[in-house]
Ligand binder design. Structure first.
Ligand SMILES: Cc1cc2nc3c(=O)[nH]c(=O)nc-3n(C[C@H](O)[C@H](O)[C@H](O)COP(=O)(O)OP(=O)(O)OC[C@H]3O[C@@H](n4cnc5c(N)ncnc54)[C@H](O)[C@@H]3O)c2cc1C
Length: 291
């Protein structure tokens, strides 16, 4: 199918792009890597009358380290982030998650900001941002900048806290504490497909015990979710297989994943249990190695 007709602007500054969004209101949409928006246009599931291409705005394209935070511009391509030394060093979970997105050709176009703004409940980056307490910086022409915590950013199925006149400009991720390990695993029907269910975990050890455990899941709700029951069970526990299994099983009891033709709700709950257990174990192992 062909997209419906639209006007196209290619601004070279953020100010210019923000002015275009303000001028065209809900009829306009930012275009980042186009890996989700262009198919949506082609299927006529989105019908913006004006596309504001962010690709020429160099100020959205850098990765810098600022005051213990990794700051990633919204237009940084997923493949570029995946290969960046600072990402591997300061946000290892993000570096582990990026190769799970689609295929290299998709990641060469897809952007960090585009994936977060698109807010697919099966996508890896929203769950990673949630787990890492990332801060998402949005900017509008009228109201300037605001910082949104990842926990407040994803508000529903493909829906975020962004307003139509706002552009997500950067993501700020705090460097992990010492003796922290992370892991992400998922189950997809074919390599490169969106996962049916995914789990990302982070474990911090202190004196051989779990001082902090976190886990975020994809594919079990209309937004990425933290399994806080599992986190509470593990705090202060020994990092044993039994503890991870108990935490995963308890947390899974409160999940009501959606069913579709790829899997029933109970199958997805089972996947979530297995993936939580595995990622906790791997994250704890990595935390030990980092000690
Ligand atoms: C075959 C295929 C497989 C894929 N597999 C996966 C996968 O396994 N996991 C996964 O997570 N993703 C997957 N993707 C998605 C892809 O990798 C991108 O992350 C995603 O499409 C969005 O990034 P984009 O830069 O292409 O955004 P676009 O498609 O350009 O935009 C997506 C949405 O976000 C909005 N937007 C974009 N940037 C901004 C911004 N800075 N501020 C405000 N709004 C903005 C747009 O207006 C649009 O509504 C896949 C895509 C394809 C085509």
């Amino acid at each position: 199918m062909k997209p419906p007709p639209f006007d196209y602007s290619a601004p070279t500054t953020l100010d210019e792009a923000l002015a275009l969004l303000l001028e065209h209101g809900e009829d306009a949409r930012p275009l980042a890597g186009g890996q989700s928006l262009v198919p949506l246009l082609s299927f006529r599931l989105a019908r913006p009358s004006h596309l504001v291409d962010l690709a020429g705005i160099s100020e959205l394209g850098s990765i810098v380290v600022d005051d213990g935070h990794l700051v990633i511009g919204a237009m940084v391509r997923e493949r570029a982030a995946e290969r960046h030394d600072d990402v591997r060093l300061l946000a290892p979970l993000l570096a582990q998650a990026l190769p799970l997105i689609g295929h290299p050709a998709i990641r060469s176009r897809g952007t960090i900001g585009g994936s977060l703004a698109h807010a697919d409940p099966a996508a890896e980056l929203p769950a990673v941002a949630l787990l890492l307490d990332a801060e998402l910086v949005a900017q509008s022409r009228d109201r300037g900048k605001r910082t949104i915590k990842a926990a407040d950013f994803f508000s529903g199925f493909f829906t975020t806290a962004l307003q139509p006149d706002e552009i997500l400009t950067e993501v700020r991720i705090r460097r992990p504490a010492l003796r922290t390990g992370s892991a992400i695993e998922e189950v997809a029907r074919r390599h490169g497909d969106f996962a049916m269910v995914g789990a990302a975990a982070m474990v911090r050890l202190e004196d051989g015990k779990i001082a902090d455990a976190r886990v975020a899941l994809t594919g079990v709700s209309d937004i990425p979710v933290r399994a806080t029951e599992a986190e509470a069970i593990l705090e202060g526990a020994e990092p044993t297989d039994e503890a991870f299994a108990t935490a995963a099983e308890e947390a899974a009891k409160s999940l009501s994943p959606p069913a579709d033709l790829h899997g029933s709700s109970s199958y997805r709950r089972h996947l979530a249990t297995v993936l939580m257990r595995r990622t906790f174990k791997l994250a704890a192992q990595r935390a030990k190695e980092a000690a």
